[in-house]
Ligand binder design. Structure first.
Ligand SMILES: Nc1ncnc2c1ncn2[C@@H]1O[C@H](COP(=O)(O)OP(=O)(O)OP(=O)(O)O)[C@@H](O)[C@H]1O
Ligand SMILES: [Mg+2]
Length: 390
């Protein structure tokens, strides 16, 4: 279904996008939170914007949503410029902010109905969608539960339901797994993958959990100190970042004796071989690529395995280290400048697409008036389902 707005182009596009937050005085250069960021997210793709605290992930997302203006560069979401057409973007993009705010005194369903109302969705359609979304995110059982009684993971799920309410074409999730326990993280990621696949959404997910989140991403961008240091499919990235560097291959044999050690040492792509951590393993430092004659694999691990088997050794296990995600992680995440920890006013983060809707810490309480009116209407529509969750 063509809904207009560059139907064939990428769903999200950033070109040389930059954001400098001003400092407290005119002399202060402020904070360059995002520095010439270029990337795109295609339709039907999950893209992970992965980086440590203060990398500029939230700032990027706020620019894509038209909630903060870029200092320079260009952004397009479904063909719209978010700075000029924020409402067009809002209509077609579901957003899970980094801290989801709901009305604690309202039930899960009532909160969704309120969002639907803000989005101008007619009451009967809103009721249908609210139930369906709650089912989709696995919260049907908590439909009439007061959100104040929700766990962190339940809130995040409700946040996803909320973001899906308007049937978006693009989903932007800012740290969807924040504060959830490891099992909850896996569930949440599986849910995102499943929803994205079923609905054919373009998904941008930000996280500092490279390990977990990359598993559901078609592509990732490694974002540190406002700069995209690498982007691509995870395997490509590993190859590109560590392509020229030696690889450690650890092989476990039935008998890791001197003969096996010699057989490994004489391979042309092996630099060094030594005993591993236990008596049955040998560890070899190999060239990154092991170019061989006619059709031989150039993966050093594969070549080593083949050579050992051909020489009559039985392999129990084999692992290749040195260019995996662990190394990407150490290189870019743990080595990230600690001085770039998030600092300064967080006011800009607290804004939401849904005006009048409080997010944690947001000073939006003044919106209680229209909310009160809405709740009154809601209670009349839903007799017997008080906002206290009982
Ligand atoms: N409203 C603001 N005013 C001034 N500086 C800000 C503002 N928001 C963010 N910053 C600064 O911009 C940089 C990037 O922050 P941002 O929140 O975008 O990073 P992040 O990657 O989302 O971090 P986190 O993982 O902690 O959520 C940080 O140095 C932060 O202190
Ligand atoms: Mg953030």
């Amino acid at each position: 279904m063509a809904r207009g707005g560059a139907a064939d182009g990428p769903a999200i596009l950033a070109r040389e996008l930059s954001k400098r937050y001003p400092g407290p005085t005119p002399e202060d250069p402020g904070t360059l939170a995002v520095d010439r960021l270029t990337f795109e997210v295609r339709r039907g793709e999950i893209f992970g914007l992965l980086g440590p605290n203060g990398a500029g992930k939230t700032t990027t997302i706020l620019m894509l949503l038209g909630l903060t203006e870029p200092t320079s560069g260009e952004a397009r979401v479904l063909g719209h410029d978010p700075a000029r057409e924020p409402l067009a973007v809002k209509r077609r993009v579901g957003y899970l902010p980094d801290s989801v705010g709901f009305y604690d005194d309202l039930t899960a369903e009532e909160n969704l109905l309120y969002t639907a109302d803000l989005n101008g969705i007619a009451a009967d359609e809103a009721a249908r969608r609210a139930r369906e979304r709650l089912r989709e995110v696995g919260l049907e059982y908590a439909r009439h539960t007061r959100v104040g009684a929700f766990s962190r993971g339940m809130r995040q799920r409700l946040g996803v339901a909320d973001a899906l309410l308007k049937d978006p074409e693009v989903l932007i999730l800012d740290e969807p797994t924040l504060g959830i326990d490891p099992e909850g993280v896996r569930d949440m990621l599986a849910l995102i993958r499943e929803l994205a696949g079923r609905r054919g959404l373009a998904v941008l997910v930000s996280s500092h959990l490279l390990h977990q989140v990359q598993e559901i991403c078609d592509r990732v961008g490694i974002f540190v100190g406002g700069r995209l240091v690498a982007a691509g499919r995870v395997e490509e990235l590993a190859a590109r970042l560590f392509g020229g560097e030696p690889v450690e291959v650890e092989v476990r044999l039935c008998r890791a004796d001197e003969r096996a050690r010699d057989a490994i040492a004489k391979l042309p792509f092996v630099r060094d071989v030594r005993p591993g951590d236990d008596p049955r393993t040998l560890r070899a430092t190999c060239e990154a690529r092991a170019p061989g004659a006619g059709g031989e694999p150039d993966e050093p691990g594969a070549r080593l395995a083949r050579a050992l088997v051909e020489a009559g050794f039985d392999i129990v296990g084999l692992s290749v280290r040195g260019r995996g995600l662990d190394d990407i992680y150490h290189r870019y995440f743990e080595g990230a400048e600690p001085g770039r920890e998030a600092r300064g006013s967080l006011a800009g983060r607290a804004r939401s697409l849904d005006a009048g809707r409080p997010r944690d810490g947001a000073a939006d309480e003044a919106a209680a008036g229209p909310v009160g009116a809405f709740v009154g209407r809601l209670r009349r529509l839903l007799p017997g389902k008080g906002g206290d969750g009982r």
